[in-house]
Design a protein around this ligand. Structure first.
Ligand code: SAH
Length: 392
């Protein structure tokens, strides 16, 4: 196995177990290919760990194992064990008779840079984010099989112009194939998940806990669920006895999914109305006032450069929600932009509250659920933040 050697004085990040090695920290680059597994050594010849190589990029190596003991990272046993450890957490804390959809592997959060794996009932949808995980896909498929998953579907996730993008696009990569439209259950609520043409891997698993929380506030309420996608928050609110729910999403496909999900759960049609519209326009033009509004927009800031514009977008969105909420109403407001910190998000919402001139209290602060764990050495993985607000 080829070695990558870290410069003297640049081991700090590695001592702190950060999974990324930047090119400036490297003393000697190996003569290896994009995606190859390397052993990582200090300048004085001590083993630090193992990682995936990406020559010519800024993050030149992504470490998946920190160890000072030689380890056979090219064996099936190694990868099966890694996947099994991730599965154990989900088995203990997430999977139940009421929930069979969850994130099984959360990239660096599970010490598995470059891999996302989401489970929908008995199908695993994988996203390979780097060439390194593309190269070991057979190990991954066999590891999944060893823990009982035989149907594995690949869904590409591309970042524009990125050298590390994988060449495979989408489709079944396991021997067995299955349906690409899967009925799942989450906290007792049923959903159709379209793994082929849905957004992300098909469902927004990261809002499971927040969706559970909305039940506490929904009884008898008139609810507006914006950026509703397939109706996650809407259905939970209806289950909990909301009087009426409006779901707003600009995607027609999303609205069709909501309609199917309402039927799947036998919701009375008069309890719900979908709008395939832009949320900003909808909230500005509506005459309705609501008791509960959910704001769960897509990431407005995908890069650091986009933060100022995104900040304005979040502020405007929260402000128009505060103008449409009844006294004593509740706003669930979220940001999934990794570049917008929890602190900044709270300041933005503060700014909107001040402009709306309403008294507002924070009742809950939410984040991603335990199947989206954050590696303590890699805080970059924490992206989802939410506030549940009481608006006087
Ligand atoms: N809350 C959802 C996930 C939201 S994802 C859940 O729990 O499943 C964000 C959604 O916002 C996507 O469905 C996307 O189609 C929609 N969207 C993006 N921009 C929009 C806009 N300006 N107006 C309305 N919907 C928008």
């Amino acid at each position: 196995m080829q070695r990558i050697i870290i410069k003297k004085g640049r081991e700090r990040a590695l001592i702190n177990r950060h999974p990324w090695i930047f090119s400036g920290a490297v003393q000697i680059m190996p003569d290896a290919e994009l995606g190859e597994i390397l052993s990582v050594y200090s300048y004085d010849n001590r083993l630090i760990g193992y990682g995936f190589y990406a020559p010519g990029t800024q993050i030149v190596c992504r470490v998946f194992e920190y160890t000072d003991t030689e380890t056979d990272v090219l064996s099936q046993e190694y990868w099966t064990e890694k996947v099994r450890k991730a599965y154990d957490i989900r088995k203990r804390y997430v999977i139940s008779e009421q929930t069979n959809a969850y994130r099984l592997i959360n990239a660096e959060g599970d010490f598995f840079p470059g891999l996302i794996a989401d489970v929908y009932k008995n199908t695993v949808v994988v996203q390979l984010l780097i060439r390194g995980t593309d190269k070991i896909l057979d190990f991954i498929i066999d590891a999944l099989k060893a823990i009982g998953f035989e149907k594995v579907y690949l869904k590409a996730k591309e970042v524009a112009g990125r050298l590390e993008n994988v060449e495979r696009k989408k489709g079944w990569v396991s021997g067995k194939t299955g349906d690409t439209k899967i009925e799942i259950i989450e906290n007792g609520v049923k959903f159709w998940v379209d793994i082929e043409s849905g957004q992300k891997t098909g469902f927004f698993l990261d809002q499971r806990d927040a969706r559970m929380l909305i039940k506490q506030y929904s009884k008898g309420a008139k609810v507006c669920n914006t950026f509703s996608y397939s109706g996650g928050f809407s259905l939970y609110a209806l289950y909990a006895g909301a009087e009426l729910v409006h779901s707003v999403d600009s995607s027609k496909i999303a609205v069709e999914l909501i309609e199917e999900n309402l039927k799947l759960n036998n919701i009375a049609p008069e309890k719900h109305q979908s709008y395939a519209e832009d949320v900003f326009k909808f909230l500005k033009n509506t005459e309705n006032k609501y008791d509960l509004i959910v704001l769960d927009p897509p990431a407005f800031a995908k890069t650091a450069k986009a933060v100022p514009n995104a900040t304005r977008g979040y502020k405007e969105l929260n402000l128009i929600a505060f103008r449409n909420i009844n006294p004593g109403g509740i706003v669930f407001t979220f940001s999934c932009s990794q570049k917008i910190t929890r602190d900044l998000f709270r300041k933005i919402v503060f700014g909107a509250a001040a402009d709306a001139k309403r008294n507002i209290r924070i009742l809950h602060q939410t984040t991603q659920p335990p199947d989206h764990p954050v590696n303590i050495y890699h805080p970059e993985n924490e992206y989802l933040k939410g506030l549940v607000l009481y608006v006087e």
